[in-house]
Design a protein around this ligand. Structure first.
Ligand code: CDP
Length: 232
């Protein structure tokens, strides 16, 4: 029997979910799936097709176009990360832009898209050995995951983390627009009808405010390792 498990990491933006999931996946030799990147890729597609902009969203056109949208993951041999591909192409830089961030939570409200993404996520989890981060992983995608974490941190700290990250590539970005985006997404993600962001009852709540990534990695591994060993 395989000792591999599914690890779900949910939480608000910039709580350290993806950095931690990436590190832990490398340590355990697990697949890391960034489910947010899937919604970001869908958003990038919708922007390119003029289905969505700051002032308009043609949901019906986007839904009708679902058969033409193919989302999957492929390994990038340069950094050994599993990266999202939209119709066979990786748009890693574009999907992280603030333009995409400002529209992604609107796109993520569309239940027809969510159902399609959950199908892909289930396929990726079939053989276990997966660590997936997002908003609904412990509640909707893998409600039976062996281990679930819910990460939280204060909003200002999260905005500062995200600003520092984005500033590396875009010197025009301001802290206040990043903070505004985080507030907007927190609100949209927690209050949408389908698969809203919420802590699964059996998820472990981890506050990441005063811990370094090294400390957080150790903390999460202290929960993960006993379960993996027990499964042997
Ligand atoms: O990196 P960050 O935490 O800021 O966001 P992300 O994980 O890239 O996710 C971007 C957006 O996608 C979120 O704000 C949600 O609106 C949506 N999302 C979702 O609805 N469900 C998921 N499982 C993952 C992301």
């Amino acid at each position: 029997m395989s000792n591999k498990i599914i690890i779900a990491i949910d939480g608000t933006s910039s709580t350290g979910k993806s950095s931690l999931a990436k590190r832990i996946s490398k340590k355990l030799n697990y697949l890391y799936i960034d489910s947010g990147a899937m919604y970001r890729a869908l958003t990038y597609y919708a922007i390119q097709k003029n289905f969505i902009s700051k002032n308009h969203f043609d949901k019906t056109k986007l839904i009708n176009d679902i058969p033409n949208i193919y989302i999957d993951f492929k390994n990038n041999p340069i950094n050994n990360n599993f990266e999202v591909h939209l119709n066979g192409i990786s748009y890693e830089k574009n999907i992280r832009s603030l333009d995409v961030s400002n529209l992604v939570s609107e796109i993520a409200t569309v239940n027809e898209l969510r159902q399609q993404m959950v199908r892909v996520q289930h396929t990726l989890g079939l053989n276990k050995g997966v660590i997936m981060d997002g908003r609904d992983i412990g509640t909707v995608v893998f409600p039976k995951a062996e281990l679930k974490f819910f990460l939280e941190a204060t909003m200002e700290l999260r905005a500062k983390r995200r600003f520092d990250e984005l500033f590396l590539n875009d010197k025009n970005i301001t802290y206040s627009e990043v903070l505004k985006n985080i507030k907007l997404r927190d609100n949209q993600d927690a209050n949408r009808k389908h698969s809203p962001l919420k802590k699964a009852e059996d998820a472990l709540l981890i506050n990441t405010d005063n811990l370094t990534l090294d400390e957080l990695e150790l903390k999460l591994l202290s929960y993960i390792n006993p379960i993996i060993t027990k499964n042997l």
